[in-house]
Write a protein that binds this ligand. Structure first.
Ligand code: ADP
Ligand code: MG
Length: 720
């Protein structure tokens, strides 16, 4: 019966260590060797051509045919020198994964290796199976991919990968990258304009992203023996191990050697691809780890995260391991999150969230700081929707991750600065830096250095020189939350600029005009600031009083996408049009439905085919035993009690699984996608999952370990 589980455990015991060799002693020798980025282009192209590419990247302009041909020839030569014969357009459809379609450089007609600029720039993948939310009707089920020159091409698994956007034949975005690029353009435009109030030399503002990716690693054989992990990425059953994370002994503990080899290997692979991974340590849960590269421009960093997820997966397989990125692979243990460190910086080299030693420059810092807080306040529901997913539902508000309430933490010292600014109403203009002293903003740099009270329970925290969006799911494509953040800040900065200009036009001194507007914003956005314990029940009550959204279920959280305010800003900044928003909303709902449907099916299958039969077989043994005891005249009441318990749980599971299947049937008949998603959430997931699991986990506790068919938590988490 439990054959599969024991086979799997035996496999783990017989694992051979896989030695990992660093490609070269010095990292600098192999860093970025498999990427064809900015510097490689500079080296491979004529100065003239490079100048054109550089201009096109910086100004986000189209690359002309001739230049594209030159880049194509250069990258073909580079790839072939690495022994590469195939290429693919690499894109990020709304499924959340990345997609590829491989083609050969070899041109059979001409009998030579060929790669034209037009092929580099545009492709038409047979992509009718990617989600499109009704945008592509079946008769024009075509979309195309278009090269994004601002992100390096790279070699993965012997194929040249070309980062691209993916749009429908009629031009609507069908992926995550296209809107991200547009949001970056929007925030650049708006932020540059605001910067010019301070410094006319600024001509571009870049958004930076530094993500921190959490993941679990378990043995591949154990993974394969868990149909729920294979099908859903998370365990739908499993009793808590005797030893969980109570001891916190895993956190920053020593990394076990098999995992260490795997880490060395994927780090080498990442470094070769130009992903500057740097940190590794154990997370709170057993078998959980984290990787974080140095931050980069947000579009490139997003590609790097998508690529890294792939590298993690592929490298783990080589080591007989499996990486789990799901937001909640194991109940009762922390899940996988992804912190997104985000900042804006100018082409003159200023991080706009860096308080400065010059009091004067702190007004610039405060401008971006306060505007970001205001943007989050005005769009908290939209921001929440950008991180809502079936997986993340298990984390948000579950006492391990930030709640499903967006708030901003800035630390006590910056709170004091904002309070002071808010209250010192009638400042007169004075010469020199006296003004800043009066405003209380001459002191910020010292203050920040000393800002030790970082609040881990906040979903959106200021951490010295950047904001850290912590509520993002481990498996998510970060493009979605980053697009949203860039967009809302772009909108906010645009409004700010208008208001300041209006005051200046009325004769107000520039700095005082800025302060006036900031002061208003500080007052208006106060409700989003929260310095306390985000995991506490009091905060939930307090947030409700403040009118902040607290939506834990994805289908309802996604409503924020459809609000007038959302559509207005997406349209205004050219990031998504109404048709694209509607399609995205539809796709996200469909994704949600599919995930819950699969989880529910897997649950029912495992319960009916594995757990109940095993429990009945064991129960029969107990019945024989009870009868035997009785025949001998020995008290058998304890055994009888066990039989009754087991019987009760079996009955519970059977009834609830049947009712759940009925609920699914009902759900599937609902036409409207949102209603169907809500039905799945309320009447399939919330109504049955926990109860069925509770009974099944109890049975795991009762049934003889020898008979239990599913690999147990303690085996997945502690055996390696
Ligand atoms: P934590 O304390 O949250 O674990 P870490 O120091 O591990 O923080 O991670 C900080 C992350 O922030 C790193 O990935 C780093 O590259 C990134 N980071 C640092 N400065 C910036 C910045 N200005 N903009 C964006 N990301 C940044
Ligand atoms: Mg962090």
């Amino acid at each position: 019966m439990a054959h599969l589980r024991y086979e799997a455990l035996k496999n783990v015991q017989n694992r051979q260590k896989i030695d990992v060799e660093q490609p070269s002693e010095k990292i600098s020798d192999f860093f970025g060797q498999k990427a064809f980025g900015y510097e490689q282009m500079r080296a491979a192209l004529s100065p003239d051509t490079f100048k054109k590419v550089d201009h096109a990247i910086k100004k986000r302009k189209k690359i002309d045919q001739e230049t594209a041909d030159a880049v194509a020839a250069a990258v073909k030569g580079w790839a072939m020198s690495h022994g590469i014969t195939h290429y693919t357009h690499w894109f990020q459809p709304l499924t959340g994964a990345t997609a590829e379609k491989h083609d050969s450089f070899f041109d059979a007609q001409k009998g030579i290796e060929n790669f034209k600029g037009s092929t580099l720039v545009q492709q038409e993948p047979d992509a009718s199976s990617f989600p499109h939310g009704g945008i592509r009707s079946t008769f024009e089920a075509r979309g195309y991919t278009a090269w994004d020159p601002s992100s390096p091409m790279f070699i993965l698994e012997q194929v040249l990968c070309i980062p691209t956007i993916f749009v429908s034949y009629t031009g609507e975005a069908l992926d995550y990258k296209a809107p991200l690029l547009k949001s970056l353009e929007a925030v650049d435009k708006a932020a540059t304009k605001v910067c010019k109030l301070f410094d006319r030399n600024v001509s571009k503002v870049n958004a930076s992203l530094g993500w921190e990716q959490e993941y679990f690693v378990i043995d591949k054989a154990l993974f394969d023996a868990r149909p729920d992990l294979v099908m859903c990425g998370r365990t739908v059953f499993g009793h808590n191990p005797a030893r969980g994370q109570q001891l916190d002994d895993h956190y920053f503990g020593s990394i076990p050697s098999r995992i260490y080899d795997f880490m060395k290997d994927f780090e080498n692979n990442s470094l070769e691809l130009g992903i500057p991974v740097s940190t590794r340590h154990n997370e709170v849960a057993p078998s959980q780890f984290e990787v974080a590269p140095l931050f980069d421009e947000a579009n490139r960093a997003t590609d790097q995260n998508q690529l890294l997820k792939d590298i993690l997966d592929k490298t783990a397989l080589k080591h007989g391991l499996k990486v789990l990125l799901h937001e909640k692979p194991f109940a009762g243990l922390n899940g996988n999150g992804k912190h997104n460190n985000w900042s804006l910086s100018t082409d003159t080299g200023v991080n706009l969230f860096q308080p400065s030693s010059s009091a004067r420059e702190n007004l610039l810092f405060l401008t971006f700081f306060v505007n970001t807080i205001k943007a989050v306040y005005d769009n908290e529901a939209l921001l929440l929707s950008s991180i809502s997913s079936a997986g993340n539902e298990h984390r948000l508000g579950a006492n391990e991750a930030p709640p499903a309430i967006i708030s901003v933490f800035i630390g006590s010292q910056l709170s004091r600065v904002l309070d002071e600014l808010e209250n010192n109403g009638n400042i007169e203009i004075e010469k020199g830096d006296n003004l800043y002293m009066k405003l209380g903003i001459d002191q910020i740099p010292e203050i920040i250095l000393d800002n030790t009270d970082r609040n881990r329970t906040s979903p959106f925290a200021f951490t010295g020189n950047k904001f850290e969006f912590r509520a993002v799911g481990g498996d998510a494509n970060v493009a979605n939350p980053m697009t949203t953040l860039n967009l809302i800040v772009a909108e906010q900065l645009t409004n700010f600029h208008n208001e300041v200009e209006a005051k200046i036009n009325k004769g107000k001194e520039r700095r005082l005009a800025i302060i006036d507007v900031l002061r208003d914003y500080i007052k208006q956005s106060k409700a989003i600031r929260f310095e306390g314990d985000g995991y506490s029940d009091e905060w939930v009550k307090e947030a409700e009083k403040r009118g902040l959204s607290n939506v834990r279920d994805t289908p309802r959280a996604l409503d924020a996408l459809l609000s007038d305010q959302t559509k207005k800003i997406f349209n205004k900044h050219n990031v998504l049009n109404d048709k694209e928003i509607d399609a995205r909303h539809e796709i996200l709902l469909e994704n949600y439905i599919m995930k819950i449907q699969i989880e529910s099916r897997v649950m029912a299958d495992l319960a009916l085919n594995h757990i109940i039969p095993t429990s009945i077989a064991y129960q029969n043994k107990l019945i024989t035993n009870a009868q035997g005891l009785k025949d001998l005249g020995v008290d058998n009441s304890e055994v009888v009690k066990m039989i009754e318990s087991i019987s009760g749980y079996i009955g519970d599971i059977r009834k609830k699984v049947e009712a759940m299947i009925d609920a699914r049937k009902k759900a599937n008949k609902i036409d409207d996608t949102r209603d169907r998603a809500i039905y799945y959430s309320d009447n399939v997931k919330n109504k049955y999952f926990d109860d069925i699991r509770y009974a099944a986990d109890k049975l795991e506790l009762y049934v003889d370990d020898e008979d239990w068919p599913l690999v147990k938590y303690r085996e997945m988490l502690f055996i390696r």
